[in-house]
Design a protein around this ligand. Structure first.
Ligand SMILES: Nc1nc2c(ncn2[C@@H]2O[C@H](COP(=O)(O)OP(=O)(O)O)[C@@H](O)[C@H]2O)c(=O)[nH]1
Ligand SMILES: [Mg+2]
Length: 259
């Protein structure tokens, strides 16, 4: 259903009665879980099923010649603001579209639709508030987009520094945003996210004058300790400071695929 140019999709869920059978922090080592091998099998089955769906999405994107970016971060780091500004630049050269995931509300979709790009909002609230976008949810969202009219598809994932990193959605590149108000230690605490991503943004640098204890170099070093060689862009989505490097990386990545 198209409301104000925004296609709102409610994610459906696996019918096996398990909302969250992928590894979570706090789950403890898999071997010590209750009911022994049964639990382990379930984890593996869900992730395998996701991988198959992600591959199908990837083939579809390749056939339609669409470059796909998966943008991830904890809530409030600046995904939507970064996208609002990024779209404004990219849309001069590319036909862009957005899939945005939230547990509830269409607030981000409203903000992003102002760019003029087609936006599909996914709400996962009816299904236990999934903490990530899985490949089958992306596949469902694609039904709300005219793929033949898209060069670049950007997915704003659910705000979460853990679970989205575990789910391939068929994307070409992944980027993570860490904002300067979150602390330099987060790459070390949530290493999978930083290991899995191809680029990192250190956002909200306009706030640095008010954060005398935050060490930009240490934050960037921590990201590179987890993922040697990863580009780290120091940005302000508010002022667009540092955006040139980020936009260049994004354009170069898109060109690699689209030619
Ligand atoms: N000062 C400052 N605020 C920002 C910046 N980026 C985002 N924000 C603010 O941080 C809050 C969360 O941003 P949002 O883009 O919604 O984050 P998301 O939850 O990751 O999508 C909003 O109030 C934004 O205006 C930035 O670079 N500098
Ligand atoms: Mg957002």
């Amino acid at each position: 259903m198209l409301l104000d140019g925004i296609n709102r999709i409610r994610a459906y869920h696996h019918k096996d009665g398990h909302d969250h059978h992928h590894p979570h922090p706090g789950d403890g080592p898999v071997e010590t879980r209750s009911s022994g091998t049964r639990e382990i099998k379930v984890v593996r089955r869900v992730l395998d099923a996701n991988e198959i769906m992600a591959e199908a999405n990837r083939e579809r994107f390749a056939a339609q010649n669409i470059f796909v970016l998966n943008l991830m971060s904890s809530p409030g780091s600046g995904k939507t603001t970064t996208l609002e500004k990024t779209l404004r630049h990219l849309m001069r050269d590319y036909r862009c579209a957005v899939i945005v995931g939230d547990i509830c509300t269409t607030a981000d979709a409203d903000r992003l639709a102002a760019s003029g790009a087609p936006v599909v909002q996914i709400n996962t609230d009816e299904f236990g508030g999934d903490c990530h976008l899985a490949a089958h949810v992306i596949e469902k969202a694609l039904g709300g987009l005219d793929l033949a009219a898209i060069d670049i598809l950007i997915v704003e994932n659910i705000g979460n520094l853990v679970c989205p990193a575990e789910f391939d959605i068929g994307e070409d590149k992944r980027a993570v945003i860490l904002s300067v108000t979150e602390g330099e230690d987060k790459p070390l605490k949530y290493p999978l996210m930083f290991r899995e991503c191809d680029a990192a943004l250190l956002n909200k640098i306009d706030l640095l004058p008010y954060l005398e204890d935050f060490d930009v170099k240490l934050a960037a070093d921590n990201i590179r300790q987890i993922h040697p060689g990863i580009p780290v862009f120091e940005t302000s989505a508010k002022t667009e400071e540092g955006f040139e490097g980020w936009l260049d990386w994004l354009r170069d990545s898109a060109k690699e695929k689209l030619g």
